[in-house]
Design a binder for this molecule. Structure first.
Ligand SMILES: Nc1ncnc2c1ncn2[C@@H]1O[C@H](COP(=O)(O)OP(=O)(O)OP(=O)(O)O)[C@@H](O)[C@H]1O
Ligand SMILES: [Mg+2]
Length: 389
């Protein structure tokens, strides 16, 4: 009987233990379930928050850009020192690109006189050239002028670029291109052929300083590739600045090197070795500069097929005469008579003769040209003051 009682007690305590184990298991499982529910819920909250904040952010940026678009016509955005204009702004600055505001036409397109909202006078170049060449020129002009700053280079104020329209906005040069003041241009009624000798010398020096900046003060050097009288612009006091970098090329890093490229440039100004081989160096610019110097001396167009045989190409006609004292005076622009001294003519003729040498190595560096012109401009100025010229 006792044994039966013991057995009963044993099985009773056994069941109690089993019961409490089961209870513990249930509690553990329940807490795991609650914990996983909690984790799942907090993950849900986290994701939900993220989605909501993303949605509200995108809404606010959409509003922002809407605001910006609305204000675009009122404000002028700045992009790295250059203004980014809207087409509408430039349309109204140029009186709707009216014909009366056209100041010139070139390979890139038409150039318009304009006035910005703040009253600043500008020149707006509107690209009418379709295709890759125009786009490349546009990009090169913006990228180079963004980095280059010199009083002898035309300043780019800003640009407008959307998918189909490309415009460049420059400081306005009241007296336009140098060529307009040297010889009559067909299709234009330029009658301001009044540049005197002193002004021509100063323009020659300032243009040389513009090139000197490109060749000597920038690394790697920049080769302009399209230096010509229409790319030398004159402000209201006839100070000169070099313009149009659309065709510019970065030169070789090592001294005396060259870059090979397609031959681009303007007839009459392209150096012979570049035209023949495509090898481009800073000396190619020096050649083009020499042609501009000859235009300043003679008042003649670089290539004029209406001239008598032997005179059509300015360099070929002038070069043999430049090193002869008597003959050098004979090629001078008749409009300059009485304004120069023999010494000045001989010196400037010698500089231009060196610049247009067919052999690139015989041409001077543009820095040497600047050095040779500085004293001429100075002495001429002091001579003019005492009334000698
Ligand atoms: N910033 C400016 N201020 C005043 N007039 C300008 C300005 N830029 C250009 N012009 C005028 O517009 C004319 C045309 O210039 P543009 O540079 O478009 O052509 P180009 O120099 O004749 O030829 P290319 O396209 O081969 O350079 C210039 O000759 C000049 O009279
Ligand atoms: Mg030009």
């Amino acid at each position: 009987m006792e044994k039966g009682g013991e057995e009963h007690e044993y099985s009773y305590s056994y069941y109690r233990r089993q019961e409490s184990i089961a209870l513990v298991v249930i509690i553990v499982l329940a807490s795991v379930a609650v914990a996983s529910l909690l984790v799942a819920f907090s993950y849900y909250c986290y994701i939900r928050n993220k989605v909501l904040s993303k949605r509200s952010k995108s809404q606010s940026t959409r509003l922002d850009s809407k605001d910006k678009a609305c204000n675009a016509d009122l404000e002028v955005a700045m992009d790295d020192g250059l203004h980014v204009f809207t087409f509408k702004q430039l349309h109204s600055a140029t009186g709707g690109f009216s014909k009366s505001n056209v100041v010139g036409h070139g390979g890139f397109g038409s150039v318009y006189r304009g006035v910005l909202g703040n009253g600043r006078k500008v020149a707006v170049k509107l690209m009418d050239q379709e295709g890759k060449q125009g786009e490349e020129e546009f990009e090169m002009e913006v990228e180079l002028l963004r980095r280059l700053r010199s009083p002898y280079l035309l300043a780019l104020i800003g640009y407008c670029s959307d998918s189909s329209r490309k415009l460049l906005v420059y400081e306005f040069m009241a007296n336009g291109g140098l060529q307009e003041h040297l010889y009559p241009i067909s299709g234009s009624n330029n009658i301001n052929l009044k540049l005197d000798w002193e002004t021509r010398l100063r323009i020659a020096l300032e243009a040389a300083k513009g090139l000197e900046y490109l060749h000597e003060h920038v690394s790697p050097p920049v080769i302009h590739r399209d230096l010509k009288s229409s790319n030398i612009l004159l402000d209201k006091k006839f100070h000169a600045k070099v313009s149009d970098f659309g065709l510019a090329k970065l030169g070789p890093d090592k001294a005396g090197g060259h870059v090979s490229t397609r031959v681009l440039g303007t007839q009459g100004y392209v150096a012979p070795e570049y035209a023949l081989t495509g090898h481009l160096t800073t000396k190619s610019d020096v050649y083009s500069y020499g042609v501009v110097l000859l235009e300043l001396l003679t008042g003649r167009v670089p290539v004029d097929l209406k001239r008598p045989p032997g005179e059509a190409v300015l360099v070929s006609w002038a070069l043999p005469q430049l090193t002869d004292r008597e003959k050098a005076v004979g090629i001078m622009d008749p409009a300059l008579e009485g304004q120069y001294s023999m010494k000045e003519v001989i010196q400037v003729a010698a500089i231009s003769a060196m610049c247009v040498q067919p052999e690139a190595d015989y041409r001077p560096l543009i820095a040497d040209v600047v050095q040779s012109l500085v004293p001429l401009v100075k002495t001429h100025r002091s001579a003019a003051k005492v009334g000698i010229s």
